[in-house]
Design a binder for this molecule. Structure first.
Ligand code: COA
Length: 260
């Protein structure tokens, strides 16, 4: 696959996707959103890819938001369609992927950029990262799931303040809020993400996919998280990964999961 705005590198079971518009601070324009949709769809299907790391190009930004120049003259209908399609085809898609996606937040993650990082399964930040949802300063609100995922991650009161003030928080504050799991230097960011990815890759990808589904169900008001967990738990018993994992344990050896 050839892309203009993103770079994709694969190394064994790990795929790294880099949003590559550094002169525009990796702002999400139409083309970038489309290319991200295509690549994540392909990675989800790719049996070999067991973890994805998503980051931004350059030293300044993960993603500085949706490309403001593209929606400045949208109508009510077009605005609604932008949010609806974006949520469905990219942000919700990533959140519900059975392949874990780690956001390596290497600088500004604002608006759609923070929403993208929040759609990933968890986040690691570099110490220069700054995060916020500044949409109300433009007369609009977060539309790619930000009003829902930010409160899930940091609580309602903090989210209300961050959204209303259109403010930014730095990496240590994001860490103390639980918005990111670790803060390291820029040089250490990708190595740490790769190290965590390596630990994930050793485990059953089928079980991880079921765990993601069960965790997400608890945040979906139309689903019953506990009931989803019961079904997902049961499903694991019919997998080759479960047979291998339990057999390896009983034989006192390291499991070699077939991923099915
Ligand atoms: N959409 C479109 N272009 C963007 C952008 C966005 N969200 N964020 C940054 N850019 C572009 C700038 O227009 C500029 O392009 P130019 O060089 O052609 O003029 C380039 O990226 C560099 O940005 P600049 O503003 O010069 O960098 P800075 O270091 O002075 O400021 C920010 C960095 C992140 C504080 C600032 O770019 C900003 O506030 N961006 C918008 C953030 C936002 O509101 N996002 C939510 C959108 S819904």
């Amino acid at each position: 696959m050839d892309f203009n705005t993103i770079l994709v590198e694969k190394d064994q079971f790990l795929a790294e996707v880099t949003i590559n518009r550094p002169t525009k601070l990796n702002a999400l324009n139409k083309e970038t959103i489309k290319e991200l949709q295509q690549v994540f769809k392909a990675l989800e299907k790719d049996k070999k890819t067991k973890v994805v790391i998503l980051t931004g190009s350059g030293e300044k930004a993960f993603v500085a938001g949706a490309d403001i120049s593209e929606f400045a003259n949208f109508s009510v209908k077009k605005g609604e369609a932008l949010a609806e399609k974006g949520q469905e085809l990219l942000f919700n898609f990533i959140e519900n992927m059975k392949t874990p996606v780690i956001a390596a937040v290497n600088g500004f993650a604002l608006g759609g950029g923070l929403e993208l990082a929040m759609a990933c399964h968890f986040r690691v930040a570099s110490d220069n990262a700054k995060m916020g949802l500044p949409e109300v300063s433009l007369g609009v609100i977060p539309g790619y799931g930000g009003t829902q995922r930010l409160p899930q991650l940091i609580g309602k009161g903090r989210s209300m303040e961050l959204i209303m003030t259109a403010g930014m928080i730095d990496a240590p504050k994001a860490l103390s809020y639980g918005l990111v799991n670790y803060v390291v230097t820029q040089e250490e960011l990708l190595p740490l993400c790769r190290k965590i990815a390596g630990r994930i890759i050793n485990n059953s990808s089928v079980a991880i996919g079921q765990a993601i589904k069960a965790v997400n169900a608890g945040f979906n008001t139309t689903l019953d998280g506990y009931a989803t967990e019961i079904k997902a738990f049961g499903k694991c018993f019919g997998t080759a990964d479960f047979r291998e994992g339990t057999t390896a344990f009983l034989e006192k050896r390291k499991a070699n999961f077939p991923g099915k």
